[in-house]
Ligand binder design. Structure first.
Ligand code: CA
Length: 232
């Protein structure tokens, strides 16, 4: 398999260098940008498989970059935030990031996150995937081989996390999952209990999936418990 390419947009060169070095050791191809504007351009032109995105950057901040990447691409984005910038995490997710990691981070944790976020994106390349892996629900179809969901036949522009959340719930119709359980199963690692991640992702998913996101028909809330998928 071709090496996956990670774009690192981070102006602190020592951090960028050590991340680059460690990802290379793990078999990733890496590129670095030390400036926001340059980083955005590379993200849009060079077709990376994942973007590691710092927030405080010269010329353009990470949130603006995140927003602009999302207008064009569903590439997984992990935002790097400083510990005190609690509010940034949620803002980053609102703007379409898939994940965030708090500085200072351990390299093993970072690599685990990169792998968790990149792991399944390549699976849509599988040739001759089993057509039995398409699930149909009224106007929605979910193709778990191609990592694609459609509504009335039109592909939905879902991020990896949005898709995985939809797939997870849809494969377990009418079963209610707590936010904590979803974090563990869909995000795939201990998430320090930040359940807002789930709420934000559900909201974004609903905006794309539902006719009226304030009155959802598929991804439903069980008040005080969590979320579930229902065949409308
Ligand atoms: Ca910075």
């Amino acid at each position: 398999m071709e090496a996956k390419k990670v774009l690192i947009i981070e102006d602190e060169k020592p951090i960028s260098d050590i991340v680059k070095f460690n990802l290379s050791k793990e078999g990733f191809e890496t590129e670095a940008a030390y400036d926001g504007g340059v980083g955005l351009e590379m993200a849009l032109k060079n077709d990376p498989d994942l973007v590691l995105l710092d927030v405080m950057l010269p010329t353009m901040d990470g949130f603006e970059i995140c927003k602009r990447i999302r207008e064009k691409s569903n590439v997984p984005i992990i935002i790097l935030t400083a510990k005190e910038e609690e509010v940034d995490k949620v803002l980053g997710l609102e703007l379409g990031a898939d994940d965030y990691i708090t500085k200072p981070f351990g390299l093993r944790e970072l690599i685990a996150r990169v792998k968790a976020n990149i792991r399944r994106t390549g699976m849509s390349d599988i040739v001759g995937a089993d057509p039995a892996n398409v699930k149909e629900f009224e106007s929605i179809t979910i193709d778990t081989n191609r990592y694609e969901a459609r509504k009335h036949g039109v592909p939905l522009e879902l991020t990896l996390r949005e898709f995985e959340l939809l797939k997870y719930l849809a494969e377990r119709e009418d079963k209610v999952y707590s936010r904590e359980q979803l974090l563990e199963d869909v995000w795939g690692y201990e998430y320090y209990g930040d359940i807002r991640t789930v709420d934000v992702t559900v909201r974004r998913l609903r905006e794309k999936l539902e006719d009226d996101s304030s009155d959802p028909k598929y991804v439903l809330t069980k008040r005080g418990v969590g979320y579930y998928f229902h065949r409308s």
